[in-house]
Design a protein around this ligand. Structure first.
Ligand SMILES: Cc1ncc(COP(=O)(O)O)c(C=O)c1O
Length: 297
């Protein structure tokens, strides 16, 4: 029997917003308010973690271990999920130099939710997917038998959870756009849409490696390519977690116009990209565009 916290949730709201930057080009903009899907596990955190936590509980695990950087939303969500479900959680954190410093707000929230934090060197962290390094890191963290969720939470179960987001958007839009870190959310979302609908990913990290990642994530989850997706590169604003003044001002203005808190690291870059792509005529007149609000500040 699934934990009551993990029961299926109603579809998150889909709302039309009126914004002249889109209307002037004949584009309808919808916001998929997936940040409202769960009060403590917003957006893609819920989509990815819920199937993994169900699997962990069904297999009788009492502990979940995962990986992240010092500001990881994923670590925070895993810690909150552990508190809600009564599961022990361990977070393996990039950067052993952090062990001697006061915790930042994000890690302090993890700790307050009961997550045990283990700081590891950057070189170990880079190699965490290699089985020998991973097993050693888990053993050193005292989490050898724990259920392992990868960095960013993107594994096959997570993609199937994100396909549920696609199902909720069937028939509702021509193009569904989402910000990408690991690409797991886009990979699952694309698989869940109707044929004829298109998923568009906006990478928030510089690099150009994401297409191959998404193909391999889809291979693992669905046995091959799934859905129609593409990436809009060039909107990383200097790299992960960089929020230049112009982006900050854009996000504050967007939030004020449309009455919701715009998460800066992912959602702001997505919305900026959609305004820019619309202005340059990427979407034909008559397009209905849905932007997925994947998280909260
Ligand atoms: C708010 C938010 N949006 C989007 C993403 C990107 O998700 P993915 O790693 O599946 O591409 C993340 C990743 O953690 C996130 O926190």
């Amino acid at each position: 029997m699934s934990h009551p916290e993990l029961r299926p949730r109603p579809p998150s709201p889909l709302v039309e917003v009126v914004d002249e930057r889109f209307a002037a080009r004949g584009v309808r903009l919808l916001l998929k308010r997936d940040d409202l899907v769960h009060p403590e596990l917003p957006g893609n955190k819920w989509r990815k973690l819920a199937p993994n936590l169900r699997a962990a509980l069904e297999a009788g695990h009492g502990e979940v271990v995962t990986f992240g950087g010092a500001y990881s939303n994923h670590l925070r969500a895993t810690a909150a999920a552990g508190r809600l479900l009564g599961l022990r959680t361990t977070g393996i954190v990039r950067g052993d130099e952090l062990a001697d410093r006061p915790l930042n707000d994000s890690l302090a929230r993890c700790a307050a939710d009961g997550m045990r934090l283990c700081f590891v060197t950057r070189s170990d962290y880079r190699r965490k997917a290699e089985p020998r390094t991973r097993d050693r890191l888990l053993a050193e963290a005292g989490a050898a038998g724990a259920y392992v969720v990868p960095e960013g939470g993107s594994n096959a179960l997570a993609l199937r959870g994100c396909a549920g987001l696609g199902h909720e958007l069937r028939g509702a839009a021509d193009v569904v756009a989402v910000a990408c870190g690991t690409g797991g959310t886009l990979a699952g979302l694309a698989a869940g849409l109707d044929p004829g609908q298109r998923a568009l990913g906006v990478p928030v990290l510089a690099g150009g490696f994401l297409g191959a990642e998404i193909r391999s994530l889809q291979e693992a989850a669905f046995g091959g390519p799934a859905g129609d997706w593409s990436l809009a590169e060039g909107f990383d604003h200097g790299g992960y977690a960089r929020v230049p003044d112009a982006l900050e001002a854009f996000a504050a203005d967007f939030g004020a116009r449309h009455g919701f808190p715009v998460e800066r690291i992912y959602v702001a870059k997505l919305l900026w990209a959609l305004v820019a792509l619309t202005a340059s005529g990427t979407f034909p007149d008559g397009t209905t565009l849905a932007a997925v609000v994947t998280g909260r500040p």
